[in-house]
Ligand binder design. Structure first.
Ligand code: 13P
Ligand code: SF4
Length: 389
């Protein structure tokens, strides 16, 4: 059997998401400082190939699964956050790491690589709205609240990779660990061997889904810490009784999938398998058939039998690529409306060409360099993640 990919319909925000403007209030950086080639330049693919060939072994290009096809074609390796962190750490010979992903991933790559290596993010405005939901000052204030409630000592901080280097540094200074969507259960198991409760940053959904669906905790064991409310909106007793203190953060892309999307696709496509990322809301993950990181999603589709039907709840670039790569399976997007990650999409071919050509010219554009003290503590928490059993 063959199936055709049906493009989800445009939403009012779709054009903005893919546009070239920037929103300094919500993103990490503002604008690319250089002369970008126009997207209509018919030679962009050839220019990227020539620049990359000139750089040879000196450059290593990493591409997250949510990147556009036009960029992914130049990635030396593609992966989820965990795989890319490991790949960055395993390339001590590459002078330049060009990170086609978002800011927190490039920061982690800088922390995990040697001082002689330079990490480049082709567009500084490629941030992450979830990472922006936990600022260091807010997390330090929360830790004081926990200290006043008498629970900080028995609390282990765990941060999702999708957080700034500052937050990873905080976690490293306080005996915690970084996790990704592919090792969250292992990270929580490690943390509960060392403390009575976990402060989980910044994605409430990954924290709740892992604790309840994989570790056997109850929803009542989890409380939500709102950094915008005094004391997080929680009493000292609630903090003392909690097993999981979840930071009130979420992914604006995965947060779009609802229980209605799951029910609707099950009605429309009998026998469909619903496969979602753990950044989705708890009720969506509970109603799904399978849940896992982007790497897990890819492996699941690769192993699926021909003729099977899959509704996938994750970023659209990845779902579309999977649909095109597996025409013998019926693959659809879980939501009927467009759902790109606007910041991942900021890395486009003009930015990649510009970054590579700058490197060829002997200039290092958009270098991501974490300050040494933050990097040292963040590395402790990242190394702990890489060493998880
Ligand atoms: P991974 O599945 O790569 O952990 O990530 C999902 C994501 O949202 C990356 O920003
Ligand atoms: Fe951040 Fe969500 Fe985009 Fe990932 S998909 S970079 S978590 S906003």
């Amino acid at each position: 059997m063959t199936s055709t990919w049906v493009e989800p319909s445009d939403t009012a925000t779709a054009l903005l998401l893919l546009g070239r403007g920037s929103d300094p209030a919500t993103e990490r950086g503002v604008e690319c400082p250089g002369e970008l080639p126009p997207p209509s330049d018919p030679d962009l693919v050839a220019r990227a190939a020539v620049a990359k060939a000139k750089l040879g072994q000196r450059v290593f290009v990493l591409g997250h699964h949510y990147q556009r096809d036009e960029v992914i074609q130049f990635a030396d390796v593609t992966g989820d956050s965990f795989k890319l962190a490991r790949e960055a750490a395993a390339r001590p010979d590459a002078e330049y790491i060009v990170f086609c992903g978002v800011h927190f991933m490039a920061e982690s790559a800088d922390i995990l690589t040697t001082d002689a290596q330079q990490v480049v993010l082709p567009d500084l405005a490629a941030g992450c709205s979830m990472a922006d939901m936990a600022a260091l000052s807010q997390v330090e204030a929360a830790w004081e609240v926990l200290t006043d409630a008498g629970v900080a000592e028995m609390t282990v901080p765990v941060t999702y990779m999708n957080s700034s280097a500052d937050i990873k540094g905080f976690v490293g200074r306080n005996g915690g660990v970084v996790c990704t969507s592919s090792n969250a259960k292992r990270a929580l198991t490690w943390a509960f061997e060392r403390g009575q409760r976990v402060l989980f940053l910044p994605d409430q959904h990954l924290g709740r889904n892992t604790a309840v669906l994989e570790m056997g905790f109850d929803l009542d064991d989890c409380v939500l810490y709102d950094p915008h409310k005094p004391g997080g909106g929680l009493t000292a007793q609630q903090l003392r009784e909690a097993k999981m203190i979840l930071w009130r953060g979420h992914c604006s892309v995965h947060g779009r999938f609802t229980l209605d999307s799951v029910n609707e696709v099950r009605m429309r496509v009998p026998g469909v398998n619903v496969l979602v990322h753990p950044e989705c809301r708890h009720e969506v993950v509970t109603a799904a058939d399978r849940v896992g990181s982007t790497e897990y999603i890819i492996k699941t589709i690769e192993a699926a039998p021909a003729g099977s039907a899959w509704a996938i709840g994750t970023e659209l670039n990845l779902v579309r690529r999977l649909a095109l790569a597996h025409p013998d399976k019926e693959i659809m997007f879980l939501d009927r409306a467009v759902c790109y990650c606007s910041t991942m999409n900021r890395i486009d071919l003009p930015h990649l060409v510009w970054a590579l050509e700058e490197l060829v010219a002997g200039r290092v554009p958009n270098q991501i360099a974490v300050d040494p003290s933050t990097a040292r503590h963040a590395r402790t928490a990242l190394d702990q993640m890489l060493a998880l059993p």
